[in-house]
Design a protein around this ligand. Sequence first.
Ligand code: BTN
Length: 279
Amino acid sequence: MGRVSDSPFTDLDRPPLRAAALTRGLVGPGGLWRAIEVFDETGSTNADLAAAARAEGTPEGTVLIAESQTAGRGRLDRAWVSPPRAGLTFSFLMRPAVSPPRRVWLPLLTGLAVAEAVQAACERTAAGRAVETGVKWPNDVMVAERKLAGVLAEAVPGTDAVVVGVGLNVTTRPEELPDDRATSLSMEDAGCTDRDPLLRAILRQIERRYLRWTAAAGDPERSGVRRAYLDRCVTVGRPVRVELPGGETVVGRAEDIDVDGRLVVEGRPISAGDVVHVR
Ligand code: BTN
């Protein structure tokens, strides 16, 4: 008999995900999603999927979900840490038939789709308040100035594949988060903290946005993705401080997201950096 602590039901707030049920709901003819796998534990779903893409030519639309990651990766060489089954940690593989400059929209589109799906799925808090999500450039999903989810996109060298990973805090408690700039759905008193319907809603919204975007050959205007992103962006219009990868800091008002997905600060387009919203 296994020890009680081995049971996936030890924490009743954190039931396990079922690959078979997700597959039945999401994988089918004409859709984007081809295969859905759930692992109890792995290092990083992004790393696993990139390795599979290199070795086996894994098809577009493959999704890997981990109940727990021991080496979860974040943007800018940071770690992504989440207790087992407290959040959604998953990656999907895409092979977008889109020119390389337009591929920068894939992680932005993903952050947007996560924000849209979570807001729709969460409906209202017990107090009747809507859970309003925003996107902080480039692809953090925010609720009330705190980070709820992050996206990490990595091109797989030598292939046409891009692995996109999403980490979303669902029932994570304050002491389990890296700092007080992060939040979770339960901390926001969201109407839904059930990971199965949340994941279905998120994958369906990513599918919708992605198919429209690729049908428009990755054009951010024709696909409607730039307009929708700007409407939900909580960075544009704000004073910001941006730390660039080379160590330089840019301070000023965030004015726009241009067609190349760059943040424009005081007329200067920025393609990568760590943004702080200055109060
Ligand atoms: C960030 O905001 O810094 C991006 C976080 C991305 C985390 C996810 S969790 C699933 C996938 N696997 C990883 O190792 N990272 C991404």
